[in-house]
Ligand binder design. Structure first.
Ligand SMILES: Cc1ncc(COP(=O)(O)O)c(C=O)c1O
Length: 452
């Protein structure tokens, strides 16, 4: 356990002051759906890393100084310069979130009969492609235990699809959410780019976590150890025609996004689309203050010192959980994935072991995490006969927000829970709804867990 936070804490947000008895009551009131709990009822909110980072004093200071209401905000120049210099893409467009960039890009390429291929596409991109009449298909690599880059796309299948289907674009999501947050290697990016060029198919990056991916390449891929993450990110981007990102992840902001490209014809189309759907060309859907926060956040987020802390804090958190007896997907990527079915082997699939574990974690420690909103796209050889997405819980680590002692405390919560795992009840659905946050549930036994 060697990582150190490369910052001092200047402003604090208090953890909720709520007892275990009060949490039992709160969860009962919320129909055993932790996604319905209010912020004041949560101690450790680990359900997402999106929009949850602690911003730096440089970000806050720049936000206060930004000039709002300008048709030509200076903040855009800083935003554009930063993204140009980190990615190498000359044409840069601000948008209000990652999905707004997806919307503009996909609406230019998606047509009935065409397909968008990806290692794994984020859920908003999937829905959007379908709404626009295109088909969307994921081609994740086969997961290999101990392999460092399980976020890769399967290049053989991609090549085969390219020779057989009508394809609009290829998107590589780095790191890859639906492959347990695993990174994509430079070798895989280079090969994908070479295949796409041969078939004249544009290649884009969903770069929400591209800075973290660059650091994974630095520490896991041969011959990149001596390069800075910044230089690696620049090389990564050089293999793509363009990228989009949500500034709520690696850029450590509460809102924002961008699209950037080297394609001149896309520049002209984006000029028009951003003005029509987002806002004026030089602020997109963002306030000037948000443009400043993104520029500084991306710059802080690509520093090796910060990324060393970020990646080591994730792997240390994984080690703490493993030590507590929690089965996790290894090596840890941009988030921690817990095999809840193996944590609670007495709970059958139809009684939702991940949901039961989530409820128990909340009662024991005030912890909220997340389910997978889509099938987990990898095999787990230890998984039961038919791997079920609802067997997994995802723990995200908001950037710069939680300390080592929080992680050690959460490890102790897991240890306590696992010691009495047989007493955790399965869950049944009382009312099924579209969207997990609206579902109503209850424990199969009289109580979910005894609280002693
Ligand atoms: C990989 C990936 N792509 C796209 C998005 C969409 O970004 P936003 O939430 O800013 O619209 C997300 C959000 O979590 C994501 O994780």
């Amino acid at each position: 356990m060697a990582f150190m936070e490369p910052f001092r804490i200047k402003m604090v947000a208090h953890l909720a002051d709520i007892t275990k008895e009060e949490r039992v009551e709160a969860l009962h009131r919320r129909h055993y759906n932790p996604l319905q709990l209010s912020d004041q009822e949560i101690n450790f909110d680990l359900w997402t890393d999106s929009g949850a980072a602690a911003m730096s004093h440089q970000q806050w200071a720049a936000m206060l100084q930004a000039h709002e209401g300008s048709i030509n905000p200076d903040s855009f120049d800083k935003f554009e310069d930063t993204i140009r210099s980190i990615t190498g893409f000359p044409y840069v467009f601000p948008v209000h979130q990652g999905r707004a960039a997806e919307h503009l890009l996909f609406s230019m390429y998606s047509k009935p009969g065409l397909a968008i291929f990806s290692n794994t596409m984020y859920s908003t991109g999937k829905t959007l492609a379908n709404v626009l009449g295109a088909s969307q298909k994921d081609l994740p690599c086969k997961r290999v235990r101990g392999e460092f880059f399980n976020g890769n796309i399967d290049c053989e299948r991609l090549e085969q699809e390219l020779s057989e289907s009508d394809i609009a674009i290829v998107v590589l999501t780095v790191t890859s959410n639906h492959q347990a947050g695993q990174p994509v290697s430079m070798a895989n990016i280079r090969r994908t780019s070479e295949i796409c060029r041969r078939y004249r198919i544009p290649l884009f990056m969903d770069g929400c976590r591209f800075e973290e991916n660059a650091y994974f390449i630095k520490i896991r891929e041969k011959s990149y150890g001596d390069m800075s993450a910044r230089a690696i990110a620049l090389e990564m981007c050089s293999y793509f025609d363009g990228m989009y990102l949500s500034a709520k992840k690696d850029a450590m902001c509460s809102i924002g996004g961008c699209f950037a490209t080297k394609l001149l014809d896309l520049r002209e189309k984006f000029d028009e689309m951003v003005e029509t759907f987002e806002g004026r060309r030089r602020y997109g859907g963002m306030a000037a203050r948000d443009l400043d926060a993104v520029a500084i956040g991306l710059t802080e987020g690509i520093e090796d010192r910060y990324l060393k802390y970020r990646i080591e804090s994730l792997s240390t958190f994984g080690d703490i959980l493993k030590k507590a007896g929690v089965p996790i997907v290894e090596p840890v990527g941009s988030a921690i994935y817990i095999n809840a079915a193996r944590c609670l082997p007495h709970i059958p699939t139809e009684q939702y072991p991940a949901w039961a574990l989530h409820c128990a974690l909340y009662i024991e420690g005030g912890i909220r995490c997340n389910y997978l909103d889509d099938a987990l796209k990898f095999d787990d050889s230890n998984e039961r006969e038919n791997p079920q997405p609802h067997h997994f819980l995802r723990i995200c680590l908001p950037r710069r927000a939680y300390t080592l002692s929080h992680m050690l405390h959460i490890g102790e919560v897991f240890e306590k829970l696992l010691a009495k795992r047989e007493r955790i009840s399965g869950i049944r659905i009382v009312q099924r709804c579209i969207g997990m946050s609206k579902m109503l549930l209850e424990p199969v036994n009289a109580s979910l867990i005894d609280i002693n």
